[in-house]
Design a protein around this ligand. Structure first.
Ligand SMILES: [Zn+2]
Length: 246
């Protein structure tokens, strides 16, 4: 078997890493007291990418069992793909919105998303149920690493959450509220509810943050809140247009 290419692991700050897991990011925070905090977990294991998240962890000298907390933005397969393995080996608590937890635990099927032109897209795939120990309803602050706000931003999925970490002046993890794959912030290609998405886009525009870390595309590492707010009228107009189609 040929040697696997090293994965792209970027240290964004002394306590913050970004893992490029093919087309999606996972993030890792380190706190001296609270340990290693994983944010999202990449896409499902594929034959061509065996143990992709474990390999990324290994590149910085960690193993899955070293993870202390897991935060999940939403239940789509490219964000929870390695959670079964990480949870089984680390027994780390998973913090996740209640509605999304139902999907991860396979109590309900994964809901489809709708493209900007209205077509439904089914994201579900064969997967193992993963137990969620910490179900979150509404907005709350997770009590580790100096405080991480769990900010409901429904729309992309109806339990979708963004995360605002209080360190470094406010680090925003958008999940799939927005993506940045084409040189400008855009909505994801598919969303469950564009009415909710529009409201969530506006809500995040009222937060203070810098940088803005996306799950897909390029992170915005400087002047992030200004860049986001400049993009906001265009994003809201796109969501509004999709509402009329949906
Ligand atoms: Zn998604």
């Amino acid at each position: 078997m040929s040697e696997l290419e090293p994965l792209k692991v970027t240290q964004l700050d002394d306590d913050l890493y970004q893992f490029q897991l093919d087309f999606v990011h996972a993030f890792l925070i380190h706190d001296e007291t609270d340990g290693w905090i994983l944010i999202d977990a990449g896409f499902p294991v594929k034959p061509e990418h065996p143990n992709i998240l474990a390999r990324a962890l290994k590149q910085i000298g960690l193993r899955p069992c070293d993870i202390d907390q897991i935060i999940s933005t939403h239940s789509h397969p490219d964000h929870v793909g390695n959670l079964d393995l990480i949870e089984a080996q680390s027994h780390a608590p998973i913090w996740m919105n209640d509605v999304e937890a139902d999907v991860l635990e396979k109590r309900v099927p994964m809901r489809p998303v709708f493209t900007l032109t209205g077509g439904p897209s089914n994201l579900d795939h064969p997967r193992a149920a993963v137990p969620v120990s910490n179900r979150i309803t509404g907005e709350t602050q997770l009590p580790f690493a100096g405080g991480i706000d769990f900010v409901p931003t429904p729309g992309h999925s109806i339990g979708h959450c963004s995360l605002l970490w209080h360190r470094h002046g406010g680090v925003l993890f958008t999940g799939d509220l927005v993506v940045n794959e084409t040189g400008q912030l855009r909505m994801a290609a598919g969303n469950e509810n564009y009415d909710q998405e529009r409201e969530s886009l506006i809500k995040v525009g009222q937060l203070q943050f810098d940088p803005l870390l996306v799950s897909h595309g390029d992170d915005i590492l400087a002047d992030a809140a200004d860049i986001y707010r400049q993009a906001l009228p265009r994003l809201v107009a796109q969501a509004q247009q999709a509402i009329t189609i949906q």
